[in-house]
Design a protein around this ligand. Sequence first.
Ligand code: NAD
Length: 365
Amino acid sequence: MTFTYTALPARVVFGAGSARTRLRDEVDALAATRVFVVAGEAEEALADDLAGPLGALVVDRFSQVRQHVPVVIAEAARARAREVDADLLVSIGGGSTTGTAKAIAMTTGLPILAVPTTYAGSEMTPVWGLTEDGNKTTGTDLRVLPRTVIYDPDLTLTLPGWLTIASGLNAMAHSVEAFWAPGANPVTQALAAEAIAALARGLPRVLADGTDDAGRHDTLYGAWLSGTAFAVAGSGLHHKICHALGGAFDLPHAQTHAVVLPHVLAFNEAAMASAQADTIANALAAAGGSVATAQGATARLFALEASLDSPMALRDVGLAEADLPRAIEIVTTRVAGDKVPTNPRPITAADVSAILTAAWIGARP
Ligand code: NAD
């Protein structure tokens, strides 16, 4: 074993009701006196409710949250935070909301207290993303890593079934990839294994009943650990494929992850250390039923996703057949050859074509 592990600092508060009972104390612990709340229009009522105990500490609210954080929105948000002389950003919402707070932090250096309401995991990473003219730029900057994160499973009770599954499988992708991404190490793998098991336990329960408390706890706990593992392991083959597809064809972020993941896992499974593939397979068995009786990591992941009614084909999430050759070409230029050196096996143009064709059809890998 030879590796370097850099732990990323963050204080995490976890528990049902914690966003209501702990937000004020956590804001005080950061010695903040001028709080700038970032919450999208859809999260307005929730933000009113949660920010209530902060009273006059709240100096302004920003609600122009858009997916992938357009540069114009980021600039407007930064200008507003400066105008009101904010000393803390409190983000309440999903990955797009956290991303908006990060865009402010990356130029102002303001600390972030994040209250996530989905399973995206952005709140655990130092990664920011901005879009301009359809091009997404991402980067890493420790200034955008939230100082404190409050995980309250109660806030996820309102997530509709399809978004719960899409967002939960996005977290699953962070964890599976934490076995081979550039910064992967035994610690990211241990966190990811725990996360995969929690997601495999939680997602079937919350699909059956969105108000299942134990299921919501497990899923959010899995999402947290997935974000933590991803933050250290970084993006490998799977994330690079999804990033290229999402950027070029405007595909839905989370669903694209869910479709592509079993195909990348199938490609890598045979080349991984068998103990690692077994770790993923054993963790997935926490779902029970037909998932646990399937043989191997890929078969279990595919069975889990199918049982969750998740889209299984790129053609079902918006990639037209006529665009498939261009998709293969774009992804090939990003990943083939020696572009993803830590992948368990080298990837050729023919491999990219096979992976994307299978993912487009939704074939069982
Ligand atoms: P999102 O933040 O765009 O939210 C999707 C929808 O869900 C929105 O309409 C929102 O209003 C709604 N919503 C959020 N919470 C809800 C709740 N509790 N109940 C009901 N509705 C709710 O989606 P997301 O999947 O959370 O985030 C995706 C974005 O995050 C992408 O832009 C992605 O690139 C980014 N991301 C970044 C990182 C990173 O490390 N920087 C990691 C993961 C994702």
